[in-house]
Design a protein around this ligand. Structure first.
Ligand code: ADP
Length: 469
C-alpha cells in the first residue's frame, strides 16, 4: 500500500482548499465589484433620467425661487444618497452643484466636456476630467427640450463608497467560505473517526492474522456494519486458531497413542529374540503383542472413520432399513465379549421390525461403538439393555448399562476426541477416546440428537434419535 485512503483524502482536501481559496480571491472580489457597479449605474441612470425630466430644469431661465427649490431638493437627495449632483450646460459650465451654494459665485468650466456632450455617453468612471481627486462614477443624463439638448444632469458617486461595499460583501463571502472549510474539516474528522479508524483497525488485524498472529485482538468499537465485519473476521481467526490447535493436539495424541503400543511390542519382540523371555513364556507375551497390534488396528480404523466423516461432511447415503435387524447383527458380533464378562444382553424393542431412514453403515458404527463401551465399562455378571421406542416421527434407540458410570463434571467432555475419563483408563486399555466423537458426528450429520444420562457407580444410558421411515 503506497498511500492510505486517508492520505489520499487529505491530499484531495488540501488541493480543494488551495484551489478554492485561489479561485475565490481571483474571481469573487472582481465579480462583486462588477455587480455592484452595474447595479449602481443602472439605479443612478434611472435617477438622473428622472431628474432630467424635472419640469423646472427644462428652462435655463427658471426663476430664482424655482432654482432654490430645485437646489434644496437635489441637496437632500445628495446627502441621503451620498451623491454629488450637477446641472451642467452644453458648454460644460456647471450651473448648479449640490456641493456649493447657489448661485455659484464662480461657475466652474469643465474642460473637454464637449466630447461627452457629443458622445452622449451615459456613464463614465474616473476623476471626471480632473474635477475630482478620487475616482467617481459619473452618470450623465441630457435635459432635452425637443429637439434640442439644453443641459445635462450629472450624478457623481464616489467609487470608494462602492469599494467599501464590495469589501464588505467580499468579507461576508470569505466568512461563508471559512464556514464551508470548517464544516468540510469536521466532515473529514467524522470520516476519520467513523470510517477510517475502524477500517484501519480491521486491516491491521487482517494483516496480523495473515502473518500468523491469530490472537490479535479486534474488539468492535462501533455498532454498525464494521462491527459485523470485525466480529466475523475475529470469529474466523478464532476458528482457524482452534483448528490449528486441534491439529497439533490431534497429532500429539495420535503419536502418543501409537508410541506406547509400539514401544511395548518392540520391547517384547526384542526380549523374545535375545532370549530374555524363555520359550515356555513366549505365548503369554505374544498374546500381549497381539493385543497391542489389535489396539493399533482399532486406533487406525477410528482415525480413518473420523477422517472420512470430516472429508464427506454431510455426505450420507441414507436408505430405509430395519434398525432391529441392525441391532441384532451387531449384538451377534459382540457375543464372545459378552460371554467373557458374563453380561446379559436384554432387548426391549418396539415390535418385530422398525424401519428407519438413515445411512445404515454409519448407524451400525454408532450402535457398535455404544455397545462396545457398554460392555467395556460394565461390571461382570451385569446386564445391558437395548431399547427402541417410537415417538412422533422419530425412533429412539437406547443402550443402557449398569457399569461404572460417568462423573457429572466429565459428561460434557466424553464427546471430545481422545477424551478418556480417569476411571475408565484402568478398565479400558484398548480405548482410543475417539468412539463417542465418531458417534456424535454421525448422529449430527443425520440432523439428529444424542444424549447421555449417567450416574457414577450406577450406570449409563446413551439415547439417540432416528427418522422413522
Ligand atoms: P473409547 O473409544 O476410548 O471408549 P469413547 O470416546 O468411546 O472412547 O469414550 C470416551 C470416554 O467416555 C471413555 O473413556 C469413558 O470414560 C466414557 N464412557 C463412554 N461410554 C461409557 C459408558 N458406557 N460407561 C461409562 N463411561 C463411558
Amino acid at each position: 500500500m503506497k498511500h492510505t485512503l486517508f492520505e489520499k483524502l487529505l491530499a484531495f482536501y488540501l488541493l480543494f482548499f488551495s484551489v478554492g481559496t485561489i479561485l475565490f480571491f481571483l474571481i469573487v472580489p472582481d465579480k462583486i465589484e462588477e455587480h455592484l457597479l452595474s447595479g449602481k449605474t443602472y439605479s443612478l441612470t434611472r435617477a438622473a433620467e428622472q431628474l432630467a425630466e424635472y419640469p423646472n430644469v427644462y428652462h435655463c431661465s427658471f426663476s430664482k425661487k424655482d432654482a432654490i427649490q430645485l437646489k434644496e431638493l437635489l441637496d437632500s437627495i445628495s446627502v441621503s444618497c451620498k451623491l454629488e449632483i450637477w446641472l451642467v450646460n452644453e458648454d460644460g459650465r456647471i450651473l448648479m452643484s449640490t456641493k456649493q451654494r447657489y448661485p455659484l459665485s464662480h461657475p466652474l468650466q469643465i474642460d473637454q466636456f464637449e466630447d461627452v456632450a457629443n458622445d452622449r455617453s451615459c456613464w463614465i468612471t474616473g476623476t471626471f476630467f480632473g474635477m475630482f481627486r478620487q475616482k467617481v462614477l459619473s452618470i450623465i443624463a441630457p435635459v432635452t427640450i425637443a429637439p434640442h439638448t439644453t443641459d445635462f444632469v450629472i450624478i457623481h458617486y464616489p467609487l470608494s463608497q462602492l469599494e467599501t461595499e464590495a469589501n464588505t460583501l467580499t468579507n461576508i463571502c470569505s466568512i461563508i467560505l471559512f464556514i464551508i472549510y470548517t464544516l468540510s474539516v469536521l466532515l473529514l474528522l467524522a470520516f476519520y473517526i467513523l470510517f477510517y479508524r475502524p477500517l484501519e483497525k480491521t486491516v491491521q488485524a487482517s494483516n496480523a492474522y495473515i502473518n500468523g498472529n491469530l490472537k490479535f485482538p479486534l474488539t468492535p468499537s462501533t455498532d454498525d456494519e464494521y462491527s459485523v465485519l470485525q466480529t466475523n473476521l475475529q470469529y474466523m481467526a478464532k476458528e482457524i486458531n482452534k483448528s490449528g490447535e486441534y491439529q497439533r493436539k490431534f497429532v500429539a495424541n495420535i503419536s502418543h497413542d501409537f508410541r506406547s503400543p509400539l514401544t511395548s511390542i518392540k520391547g517384547y519382540v526384542e526380549a523374545i529374540l535375545d532370549g530374555t523371555i524363555p520359550r515356555e513364556m513366549q505365548d503369554k507375551y505374544l498374546e500381549v503383542i497381539l493385543n497391542e497390534t489389535e489396539r493399533l488396528t482399532h486406533l487406525t480404523q477410528n482415525i480413518l472413520a473420523l477422517n472420512s466423516l470430516n472429508d464427506n461432511g454431510l455426505l450420507l447415503e441414507p436408505s430405509i432399513f430395519d434398525i432391529h435387524a441392525v441391532i441384532h447383527s451387531i449384538a451377534a458380533t459382540k457375543e464372545i465379549q459378552l460371554q467373557k464378562k458374563d453380561i446379559q444382553l436384554i432387548f426391549s424393542l418396539c415390535g418385530e421390525t422398525q424401519k428407519v431412514y438413515a445411512d445404515k453403515e454409519k448407524i451400525q458404527q454408532v450402535i457398535y461403538n455404544l455397545l462396545d463401551n457398554a460392555i467395556k465399562f460394565s461390571d461382570p455378571h451385569s446386564a445391558i439393555t437395548i431399547t427402541t421406542s417410537r415417538k412422533m416421527k422419530y425412533v429412539f434407540v437406547s443402550v443402557r448399562d449398569n457399569g461404572i458410570g460417568i462423573p457429572p463434571d466429565q459428561i460434557p467432555k466424553i464427546w471430545n476426541r481422545f477424551y478418556k475419563s480417569d476411571i475408565s483408563r484402568g478398565k479400558d486399555k484398548q480405548g482410543t477416546g475417539l468412539g463417542l466423537s465418531i458417534v456424535r458426528e454421525i448422529i449430527q450429520a443425520h440432523g439428529q440428537n444424542i444424549n447421555v444420562v449417567s450416574t457414577e457407580d450406577v450406570g449409563s444410558e446413551f439415547i439417540f434419535s432416528l427418522d422413522r421411515a
